[in-house]
Ligand binder design. Sequence first.
Ligand code: NAP
Length: 277
Amino acid sequence: MSDFKKLGVIGHPIKQSLSPEIHNYWIAKYGIAGQYDAIDIHPDQLEDHIKFLIEEQDYRGFNVTIPHKEAVLDLCSSIDDAVPNIGSVNTLVVQENGGILGKNTDAFGFIENIKSHEPSFDFAAGPALVLGAGGAARAVIYALKNEGILDIYICNRTVEKAEGLAEFFDVNVAPWEARSSELSNVNLLVNTTSLGMTGQPSLDIDLSALPSSALVNDIVYKPLVTDLLRQAQSQGLKAVTGIGMLLHQARPAFEAWFGVLPDVAEDLENRISEKAA
Ligand code: NAP
């Protein structure tokens, strides 16, 4: 194996991925001998294609996106603690012994995004309300639990999904219909639904009951400033966009492959925000 390292993101389709832009920026910034590619893999060829890339093309790891985030679990010889909690893998690291380590860095990305933009925000100051109960919600709830927040509410259109997650994580359910009325003591509101994303309906919510100290985070980053965040800003609340979650989740993957934990500089955040818009 040479010192030149080949990494990539696998998905189907893959053209939309911003990961090559992020990782190749860091490869250049830290003077690393390597390349990071976007690789389209059809679901029918997942295992064979990954084996080919590792064994014949000398790839050392991958980010994993839709639709492979659950299927790659079968190829992992070891996993980190986040994977069974979040239920999916977003990073593969080829080990010295040929095994594959599966990681999920979304929870790290979610928390680091808020901490980097609002360093004095006190996560423990009150309850957190998470809108949505899909894959991203799992990462957010796992992250909040790791942060020591005991009072977490899941609020989702399909109540059965909220109940399933609430049981798994030992947290509470709030009715979807009460998303505007039960905000009076909420410290952190996170939108993990796809509502508000370009091409999707907007999120119908009234934030006026939120305390003035509350923080609102929308993990949707296309558009960068969603209607939800605009409403939060107009009330003078702390409002954090979702693009930083994408950027910060990439950091531990880069560290696992190259041994350097990269930072999220302002010019990188601006560049990726422009590309995402
Ligand atoms: P997912 O598993 O498909 O979950 C979608 C969620 O949105 C579900 O809770 C669903 O509710 C809800 N939803 C969809 N349409 C709705 C509607 N019309 N009314 C009410 N609720 C609706 O998706 P995901 O993977 O969790 O991703 C969700 C969003 O997060 C996407 O926009 C994605 O781009 C974003 N995301 C961002 C990052 C980041 O790095 N910033 C990372 C991951 C995901 P039901 O259960 O009722 O269907």
